[in-house]
Ligand binder design. Structure first.
Ligand code: 13P
Ligand code: SF4
Length: 339
C-alpha cells in the first residue's frame, strides 16, 4: 500500500494549524511544532477518509493528546467511550491492554494500536495460570482484576476495575474477602478504604513505584503550599503524603474543582503537560517518570497504522466472551464519586 508522506511545513499549513499550536504553545517549542504539524495534518485527513477515531490515554504526548485525539481519558473513560463510538476503526493511543479492552467491547470493529509492543509492567506480572492457581488456594473467593492485565487474565476474573472505581467494584460484590490482582500498591490502597479483606498479588507499575515519600516531602519543603495529587499505583508512603489520590481523570476533575495555585502530579510525565494546556493559570512542578510503553506511540506510527491498518488487535473468541463479561460488570458499576 502506498504511504502518504506528510506534506512540508509550509506557511499555509502553519496558518491552518495556528489555532491548535496556540493551544499547546506553552508545552511545545515552535521547532517541535514544525516537526509534528505535517503529521498532524496527514493523520487528520486519513482519519476522516477511513471513518477512524483516535482514543488517547492521558499519558500520551501533547502532540497526540491535543493534536490528533478525538477522545481522551483514563482507562475507565477510554473503555466507556469505546462502547459509544460509531467509527469503523478505533486507533488506541495507549498501551496494549487498553486496545484489547476496546476490542472486547467492539468485537466487530477494527481496533489498531500503533505499536504492538506497547506493554505494561502490571499486565506482564501475571498470567491466566497464576489466577487459576490463586483460585485453588482461595476457593470461592472472587477475583477483582485491574484492567491493566491481558484479556486472558480478565477471562479468569469475576470483575474488572480501574483506579477510578476499585473500591466501588470491590464493595459491589457484597462479600467480606476478595483477591485483588495484580497491583500490590493499588490493592493496599483499596484495603485502607474498605472493610473488605483484600488478598493481593505482587505486581507493580514500574513508573509509579519509583516515587518515594521523601521526594514528596522535598516538594513540600521547596514549594510552600504546594498541592499534591498522586495515582494509587504509588507506594503507600507516597499516598500518605498526598492531598488527593485518584485516577488520572480523577486528578484532572479534582484540579478543575479545587484550582490550587501550584501543584505536583505524582504520575507519568506527559500528564502535567496535557493538563497544563487545560489549566494555564496553575503552576506545575513536574517530576518526570516516563512510561516507556506509552512513549512507544508516536505520530509517525499513528500515521502508519492508519495507512496500513497495523497493528490490528485480536482476541481469541473463547477468551473474549469471558473477559468481556468481567469488563461489562465493571462498566455497570461505573465511576466512583470523586475518582
Ligand atoms: P488511569 O486509569 O488512572 O488512567 O491509569 C492507567 C495507568 O496505566 C496508570 O499507570
Ligand atoms: Fe503500565 Fe505503569 Fe505504564 Fe501505566 S504507567 S501503562 S501501569 S507501566
Amino acid at each position: 500500500m502506498a504511504t502518504i508522506a506528510p506534506q512540508a511545513y509550509t506557511p499555509e499549513l502553519a496558518a491552518e494549524l495556528a489555532p491548535l499550536y496556540h493551544r499547546v504553545e506553552d508545552v511545545m517549542t515552535e521547532v517541535e511544532w514544525a516537526v509534528h504539524a505535517p503529521y498532524i495534518a496527514a493523520i487528520r485527513e486519513l482519519k476522516a477518509r477511513h471513518n477512524a477515531v483516535i482514543l488517547a490515554h492521558n499519558y500520551q504526548t501533547p502532540e497526540i493528546f491535543h493534536g490528533v485525539a478525538d477522545l481522551t481519558g483514563d482507562s475507565l473513560g477510554l473503555a466507556q467511550q469505546a462502547v459509544q463510538t460509531e467509527a469503523d476503526i478505533i486507533v488506541l493511543c495507549g498501551v496494549h491492554f487498553m486496545a484489547e479492552t476496546a476490542k472486547l467491547l467492539n468485537p466487530h470493529k477494527t481496533v489498531l494500536i500503533p505499536d504492538a509492543d506497547a506493554g505494561c509492567s502490571l499486565a506482564s506480572s501475571i498470567t491466566a495460570a497464576d489466577v487459576q492457581a490463586m483460585r485453588q488456594r482461595y476457593p470461592g473467593v472472587p477475583v477483582v482484576t485491574y484492567v491493566n492485565t491481558s484479556a486472558a487474565v480478565k477471562a479468569e476474573s469475576d470483575i474488572c476495575c480501574t483506579s477510578a472505581n476499585a473500591v466501588a467494584v470491590v464493595e459491589s460484590l457484597g462479600v467480606d474477602r476478595v483477591m485483588f490482582i495484580p497491583d500490590q500498591y493499588l490493592s493496599h490502597y483499596v484495603s485502607t478504604q474498605t472493610d473488605v479483606e483484600v488478598i493481593p498479588w505482587a505486581g507493580a507499575c514500574e513508573v509509579h513505584e519509583r516515587f518515594t515519600g521523601d521526594e514528596l516531602r522535598m516538594y513540600r519543603e521547596d514549594h510552600d503550599g504546594i498541592y499534591i495529587l498522586a495515582h494509587p499505583e504509588c507506594p503507600q508512603d507516597v499516598l500518605a503524603e498526598a492531598d488527593f489520590v485518584g485516577s488520572t481523570a480523577g486528578m484532572v476533575r479534582h484540579l478543575g474543582e479545587k484550582r490550587p495555585s501550584h501543584v505536583v502530579m505524582v504520575t507519568e510525565c506527559s500528564m502535567s503537560d496535557n493538563v497544563a494546556v487545560e489549566f494555564p493559570e496553575i503552576a506545575f512542578v513536574r517530576p518526570c517518570n516516563l512510561c516507556p510503553h506509552m512513549k512507544r506511540i508516536t505520530l509517525p506510527k499513528i500515521l502508519r497504522a492508519l495507512e496500513t491498518r497495523q497493528h490490528e488487535v485480536t482476541v481469541d473468541e473463547a477468551v473474549a466472551v469471558r473477559a468481556r463479561q468481567a469488563v461489562e460488570r465493571m462498566l455497570a458499576v461505573g465511576r466512583q464519586e470523586g475518582k
